[in-house]
Design a protein around this ligand. Sequence first.
Ligand code: T3D
Length: 264
Amino acid sequence: MAYEQLIVDVHGAVAVVRMNNTVRLNALSPTMTLEMLEALGRLGEDGAVRAIVLTGEGRGFSAGADLSEFGEPYTKGERPILSLFLKEGYNKLIPLLAGMPKPLVAAINGVAAGAGLSLALACDFRIAGDGATFTTAWSKIGLVPDAGSSYLLPRTVGMAKALEMAMLSDRVDALSALGIGLVHGVVPAESLMDEARGLADRLARLPTVALGLTRRLFEEAAHMSLAEALDREAEVQDMAAATEDHIEGVLAFLEKRDALFKGL
Ligand code: T3D
C-alpha cells in the first residue's frame, strides 16, 4: 500500500517502516500519525511479518509533533486544546506499538525529539547511528512530555536522568544515550540499517508469540505485587505452552538440534 509520508517494505519476515517527511526531519504530522496507525495496525495482524524495524528517511528519525501548522493560529491568539489531537493520535499510536504482538526495533538514524523520542521508547530495541541525537524538546516549547514519555522515559533511563532530560531538553548524543541505557547499541551510521535488520531477522526467527507475551507480562507486572505477578506468569505461561513453537523448542532441545520456530 502506498503512503504519503511513510515507506513500508517487507523483506521476508521483517517489515521496515520509514517515516518520510524529510524536510521537517520526519515531524509527526497528522497525516503521518494516521498512516502509522494504519500501517502498523496492518503489520501487527500480518502473521507473515514477525519483526518490525522503525526508522526515518533522510537525516532525522523524527522531530516530534509537526509544529508547522501551529504558527498561524497562535499568531492570531488562538489557544489550542492539544488533548483532542493527543487522544486521537499518539494515545492510539503508542499503545499500538507497546502492545505489538511481535518485536519492534527502532533504527535511530538522526534526531529523535519529543514524540519522536516517545516512538523510539515504545520499541523493544533501540539501535542508534553514531550521529543520532535525542532531546525531549517539550520544555523548550512550554509543554510537558506526552506520547507516553512520562511513563516510558523514567522506566528506561531512571527518574533522575528522565527529569534532567525532560526539564533541560538538552541534546543527548548517541554515546551518552548508550551510557544512560536509552539505547541498546551505537553503530556507524552507514551500517545502521544492516545492524537493525540483522537484529530484526534474528528476532523474527524466535518464537514470536512468546516474545509478544513477554513484553505484555513485563508491562503488566510493573503494576502488580509479586504474588499477583506469579499468578499472571502462570496464566500467560499456559498461553505460551499452547503454541507450536513451545513444542518445537522442547523437542529440538531433546533431539539436540536447532529449533525451527514458525511464530505459531
Ligand atoms: O498536539 C500536539 O501536537 C502536541 C504534541 C506534542 C508532542 C511533541 O512532540 S512536542 C515537541 C515537538 N518537537 C519539537 O519541539 C522539536 C522542534 N525541532 C527542533 O528543536 C530541532 O529542529 C531539532 C532539535 C529536532 C533538530 O535541529 P537541527 O538543527 O538538526 O534541524 P533544524 O534546522 O532545526 O530543522 C530542520 C528543518 O526541520 C527546519 O526547517 P527549515 O528551516 O529547513 O525549513 C525545521 O523548521 C524543521 N523542523 C524541525 N522540527 C520540526 C520541524 N518542522 C515542524 N515541526 C517540527 N517538530
